[in-house]
Ligand binder design. Structure first.
Ligand SMILES: [Zn+2]
Length: 94
């Protein structure tokens, strides 16, 4: 599957969140992949979150996270940032 990354400027919109993402980027792993979506695990110090990428959706809607922050804000969270950095830096490969 081809992953459309989130633009660097959107990732860096909030510098505090971006730094969190940089730290978490090394804790990303691929959970599973189907024809229409990919599931990633992001393991934090105490919590583990699940980030999903949906091929058929558009823009930032392609990305979804199960964390409370994302659910309430509906904006790119540190876990989604982490997955994007991880792909960019080739820590993980699709
Ligand atoms: Zn999240």
């Amino acid at each position: 599957m081809h992953i459309e990354p989130i633009s660097q400027s959107s990732l860096e919109e909030d510098s505090k969140r971006y730094i969190k993402g940089v730290i978490l980027a090394k804790k990303v792993s691929i959970d599973y992949e189907t024809a229409k979506h990919i599931s990633f695990s992001v393991e934090g110090e105490e919590t583990k979150h699940n980030v999903m990428y949906f091929d058929e959706k558009t823009g930032t809607k392609k990305w979804q996270c199960d964390c409370k922050w994302y659910t309430l804000q509906n904006k790119v969270c540190s876990h989604i940032i982490a997955v994007n950095i991880s792909l960019k830096e080739a820590f993980i490969k699709i």
